[in-house]
Design a protein around this ligand. Structure first.
Ligand SMILES: [Zn+2]
Length: 349
């Protein structure tokens, strides 16, 4: 599990911006992500809503956040955590304390409440209002997500779980494999540490082929690949890949052993989670039209948002363009922010 910058192999776009003299502010919902994003941006404003009360000038580039925003740091499991991030961004922008803002939210509400529910609608309109404030303050705003979210329960509301390590153990014995669920973390409450992607480590190489074949045969599994094939297909580093990668279908999740997952934590909610191919499609939203002279890519990825937000030639505003996979901002939605202009040199950021 990654909870800080220990495993980074390169540096970050934020750090490259800081090196070029851009004033960066990075605000996260949870503190574990703050510890990664703080990598090589010393002196910049970088804090989490979760630990807003502990921010110091020396470590976070800002202190007294709670009195500055006017309310205490929200609980880690709340929609309020995300709103606190956006309110902090709005205030920093009002006070002109950064040129580039990276504001990241949590998916707590999306895990708990389906689109269209009262709670989801109210959260979205809270986000929308704040994003509108950022635009009104003159920022170029770009919004994206790191994944979608699907319902993972059956008609009766029970989660559709494949307990993969249990299933493999019942055929090949208790110590044949270790199944790792990357969605697990010590802080999990709302999704029972269940997502649609797992890595399987086999204890003996002869088991690889038969266990891979078995994984492919399980109903509810969309795809099972060797680690080698998965690393190639999904552009992952091979040395950090499992022996086998298993991805479930849209309405299923994959767990390890039944005893490792506390489903009582769902508290009567239908399980909603992510990690599969079914959650790959996400929006990229921009508050500005793209200049039509810009060469168009076909397969946009969420990380292209940096390029789009930073390198838009927004002196040239043409007719409204809707690109494949991109929605151009009408008055309502977004997230990564550039304040008027700002990359001193344009190449390769
Ligand atoms: Zn999540």
């Amino acid at each position: 599990m990654i909870t800080d910058n220990t495993f980074l192999r390169g540096t970050t776009i934020l750090s490259l911006l800081v090196r070029r003299g851009v004033r960066v502010a990075a605000i996260t919902a949870k503190d574990k992500l703050r510890r990664i994003l703080a990598h090589e941006i010393d002196g910049s404003i970088c804090f989490s809503a979760e630990k807003a009360g502990d921010a110091t000038l020396k470590d976070n580039g800002i202190d007294d956040v709670e009195s500055w925003i006017g309310r205490l740091a929200p609980p880690q499991y709340s929609g309020e955590l995300s709103l606190y991030v956006l309110d902090s961004g709005v205030k920093l922008l009002e006070q002109n304390r950064a040129d580039f803002f990276y504001l990241t939210l949590s998916d707590f509400i999306q895990h708990k409440h389906a689109p269209g529910s009262k709670e989801a609608n109210s959260f979205m309109s809270d986000l929308d209002r704040r994003i509108g404030q950022l635009v009104d303050l003159g920022a170029v705003v770009a919004v994206t997500g790191d994944h979608g979210m699907s319902d993972k329960a059956d008609g009766d509301g029970h989660p559709n779980v494949i307990f993969l390590e249990d299933q493999i153990s019942s055929r090949w014995g208790k110590n044949a494999v270790k199944v790792i669920c990357p969605i697990s973390d010590p802080f999990v409450r709302h999704h029972g540490a269940l997502g649609s992607f797992v890595r399987v480590y086999v204890t003996s190489s002869e088991l690889l082929k038969p266990i891979l074949d078995f994984c492919k045969s399980i109903s509810g599994v969309e795809e099972a690949l060797s680690g080698h094939d998965a690393a190639q297909r999904y552009e992952q580093p091979l040395d950090r890949e499992g022996d086998i990668v298993v991805v479930s279908k849209k309405n299923f999740v994959i767990g390890s052993r039944k005893e490792d997952h506390d489903l009582s934590q769902l508290e009567g909610h239908r399980l909603r989670s992510h990690g599969g191919l079914s959650e790959q499609d996400i929006p990229l939203l921009l508050s500005q039209h793209l200049a039509s002279s810009r060469p168009m890519k076909k397969n946009w990825r969420n990380y292209d948002i940096f390029d789009l937000a930073l390198n838009i030639d927004w002196r040239v505003v043409h007719r409204l363009e809707v690109l494949p996979g991109i929605m151009v901002y009408r008055p309502n939605f977004k997230l990564l922010i550039r304040q008027k202009v700002i990359v001193p040199k344009r190449e390769s950021v």
